[in-house]
Design a protein around this ligand. Sequence first.
Ligand SMILES: [Zn+2]
Length: 126
Amino acid sequence: MTPKDITEKERARLLEEKRQVEEELAHLREAMQGEVDIEPDEGDAELFEREKTAALIMVLERRLLDIEKALRAIERGQYGICERCGKPIEPERLEAKPDATLCIECQREVEARNRRRPGGRPLNRW
Ligand SMILES: [Zn+2]
């Protein structure tokens, strides 16, 4: 696959996911707007359900923002460009991990940096 094919495939995947998330959010918001008719002995369970729904709405809203960010990157032609060094991300890497934002070199460097303990001596590789 060429990088352009991968971009188109990823775009279609994101649009489909966006549609699903929006649909799910509409359902959940509808459920939240329903009349709260709490029976004294059901009150806690009802409240618990609503809290769970509210938490799920927040998770989905965040997911929606991520999807929109990725779609904007595609529109600006920045999809598949490493956020750190600005070089194109390897097509094989994008195929395996469509939401990668770093090229393999930068990913390795960032991971190595995260592994290094502050003040500790560098980890011996062998
Ligand atoms: Zn890079």
